[in-house]
Design a protein around this ligand. Structure first.
Ligand code: G6P
Length: 372
């Protein structure tokens, strides 16, 4: 009913709007005044976490994309190898796991059969399993050694939005916690990231308040036959997530690519007017990556692409290469997916609605897939 949707047309729009609060709730009680990470609720001892020499992240769908982002953060902060794998592939590959392997399973519902089977496989190999989950008491956290709940609240729309952002937050917390315990980051370095994390709900509110242009763009793109997404570093999983949303909701051909891979094949897909969504890294810090993506944008544009550019406020030079420019509030590189994903959610929702699709219950999909 309309009341359940809190005045929004779809649950998905309501859940997109709830994201700043969902992030704040997921941070609540897990950060100290001094900017340390407090994860006493996670039933793994500090010694267990110090013994970890390898991390595997296993998930499906949107949760898998959260895991891809986590890999960049964990390897950068914790300096231990981290692999990400689709749950449906993981156990059939005979992964090499032991007591010092930490397997992080990510699942909104906590009931996804592929992920559950991967978790059982990891436990049989004696790895320690930590679940990131949004559903209290569901099967995956029950069978895991430890759990960190995302406090996103119930997610009704089949396409995941707020669960994704809170999964990212949970991954950042775990990464920083590991770095803190293992002494790879100084307390003030952790505190500096924590301060930025704390600022994300407000930045996101600012961003959400100016999505009108994105909605208009969505209506405009609703007749496109294909939309491509490119990104680098953490922008790559964001590109994959943007494409997944469009497939799920708009039933439209969409693909995400690592921007650097374009020249190895996908650039042949670009034709006059092909829509390409480009996720531009922050010019701060790793300006090199930003420049690389900007040259990728020029390459697709030279071949006729219509570019939809998502960039950080203040990066005004990108305007020259953008047919549509979407600016997001400044955020450190690793945290940027908390911002850059959001316009892609709105875009997919709007395109789907313009095509007359059922936004909350897309055809052929289920909220939680309990078969392998
Ligand atoms: C289904 C949903 C997706 C979700 C995936 C993983 O396919 O339609 O939106 O990302 O399952 O779900 P989970 O609950 O394990 O995060």
């Amino acid at each position: 009913s309309a009341a359940e949707k809190g005045g929004y047309e779809y649950f998905m729009l309501k859940e997109i709007a709830e994201q700043p609060q969902a992030i704040a709730d997921t941070l609540l009680g897990r950060l100290s005044e001094r900017g340390e990470i407090i994860l006493d609720e996670v039933r793994l001892t500090d010694q267990d976490l110090r013994d970890v020499d390898k991390v595997f992240i296993v998930a499906c769908g949107t949760s898998f994309h959260a895991g891809m982002v986590a890999k960049y953060a964990i390897e950068h902060w914790v300096r231990i190898p981290c692999e990400v794998e689709l749950a449906s592939e993981f156990r059939y590959r005979d992964p090499i796991l032991d007591r010092s392997t930490l397997v992080i399973v990510i699942s909104q519902s906590g009931e996804t059969m592929d992920t559950l089977m991967a978790l059982r496989h990891a436990k049989e190999q004696k790895a320690r399993v930590l679940a990131i989950c949004n559903s209290n008491g569901s099967t995956i956290p029950r069978e895991s050694d430890a759990v960190l709940y995302t406090h996103g609240g119930p997610e009704i729309a089949v396409a995941s939005t707020k669960a994704f952002l809170t999964q990212l937050v949970a991954c950042y917390l775990i990464g920083l916690h590991l770095a803190q315990i293992r002494g790879v980051m100084y307390a003030d370095e952790v505190a500096a990231v924590v301060e930025k994390l704390r600022a994300t709900p407000d930045s996101l509110r600012t961003l959400l308040a100016r999505m009108e242009d994105v909605r208009a763009l969505g209506r405009d793109l609703s007749t496109a036959s294909t939309v491509l997404f490119i990104g680098r570093h953490v922008g790559f999983p964001v590109a994959l997530e943007g494409a997944l949303k469009l497939k799920e909701l708009a039933y439209m051909h969409a693909e995400g690519f690592a921007a650097g891979e374009l020249k190895h094949g996908p650039i042949s897909l670009i034709d006059q007017g092909t829509a390409v969504v480009c996720v531009v890294p922050s010019p701060a810090g790793r300006g090199v990556m930003r420049d690389k993506v900007v040259s990728n944008i020029q390459e697709v544009r030279a071949r006729g692409a219509r570019t939809i550019v998502i960039a950080e406020e203040g990066d005004d030079d990108v305007a020259a290469f953008a047919d549509h420019l979407i600016m997001v509030p400044p955020t450190p590189t690793l945290l940027a997916p908390l911002m850059t994903t959001v316009p892609l959610q709105i875009l997919a929702c709007e395109i789907a609605a313009a095509r007359g699709n059922d936004v909350d219950q897309p055809r052929n999909l289920a909220k939680s897939v309990t078969v392998e």
